[in-house]
Design a protein around this ligand. Structure first.
Ligand code: UTP
Length: 297
């Protein structure tokens, strides 16, 4: 049993890469096959034993809250029709977890969004799952991160090897090896570095297990890149001075992960998850095979 009980899901970003779809709808509500991306993320938290979920929302927050709430009208209509399957699907998201919400008035960056969670989190280590980052449910990552946090203390971030030419799109970690092949000691972090200056090709992906000391550091963190309060800048301070909140470790993830805030990755997520579904996969794959043969020789 992990000591971590609370999950924080920042979902207040502007989602500009997905305009105009995200003009009036949070990007986290965009469907991946037939479920909004955010539901996969909440399911992942619950599967890792975290059933207390705080969502950091912003403008257009209503759809996010409504999705995890009951919809009596719809439930009654489906019950009247005797449509038990669809009724179960509607009830699934409202029965998932104990949901809490806090509003980030101004989207001043991921670090600021995490800071909005401070009163709810208190003084225990907690998990952060980015609402637009989808980790394939068959490749569990959060449990391993919680295990390392329980063993080593401090904070744990998730890292993934990327093509060195792409590292300027991510936070990047300088690391030292540990006795575990999938775990590294993080010695430094830099947000979206130029490839020529990147300390590694290990990119930070959207899962964190953080020591609550991060809040104090965030309060003192000035806006950085993009004039936003960057979580990476606060983690850099923790990594360079262990006395602030213990060490920072990284778990190197080798599984499947999609950034659903990026249009290309979003499409890949849908194709892959649809192809692997028992109900949709067989027909969809047959169509996909024909399509590729005809259109992409
Ligand atoms: P992104 O870096 O993807 O930024 O945020 P964004 O503004 O949402 O999207 P683009 O780049 O304009 O398309 C990563 C995660 O952090 C949340 C987002 O909702 C997303 O889940 N976030 C970001 C906040 O909650 N608040 C912020 O101020 C910024």
């Amino acid at each position: 049993m992990s000591a971590i009980q609370k999950a924080v899901i920042p979902a207040a970003g502007l989602g500009t890469r997905f305009l105009p779809a995200t003009k009036a709808t949070p990007k986290e509500m965009l469907p991946v096959v037939d479920k909004p991306a955010i539901q996969y993320v909440v399911e992942e938290a619950v599967a890792a034993g975290l059933s207390d979920v705080l969502m950091v929302t912003g403008r257009n927050k209503r759809p996010l809250e409504d999705h995890f709430d009951r919809n009596y009208e719809l439930e009654e209509a489906l019950a009247r029709k005797g449509d038990a399957d669809r009724l179960a699907k509607v009830q699934e998201s409202s029965d998932l977890a104990t949901m809490h919400y806090v509003r980030q008035g101004d989207p001043r960056g991921l670090g600021h969004a995490v800071l909005c969670a401070a009163p709810h989190v208190g003084d225990q280590p907690f998990a952060v799952l980015l609402g637009d980052d989808l980790i394939d449910p068959r490749d569990p990552l959060l449990k391993r991160m919680a295990e390392i946090q329980a063993q080593e203390g401090g904070s744990v971030i998730a890292l993934m090897e990327v093509d060195p030419a792409q590292i300027h799109m991510y936070g990047c970690a300088a690391v030292a090896p540990t006795g575990d092949s999938d775990v590294v000691r993080v010695t430094g972090l830099v947000e979206k570095p130029d490839p020529s200056e990147a300390p590694s090709n290990l990119a930070i992906i959207g899962r964190y297990v953080l020591d609550p000391a991060v809040f104090e550091v965030l309060r003192k963190t000035e806006p950085g890149r993009g004039n936003e309060i960057q979580l990476t800048d606060a983690l850099q301070k923790l990594a360079e001075d262990e006395s602030l909140g213990g060490p920072v470790h990284g778990v190197v993830f080798k599984g499947r992960r999609y950034d659903t805030g990026d249009r290309g990755d979003y499409l890949r997520a849908i194709v892959r998850l649809a192809a692997e579904r028992e109900d949709l996969g067989p027909d969809f794959k047959k169509w996909l095979r024909d399509y590729v043969e005809e259109e992409c020789p």
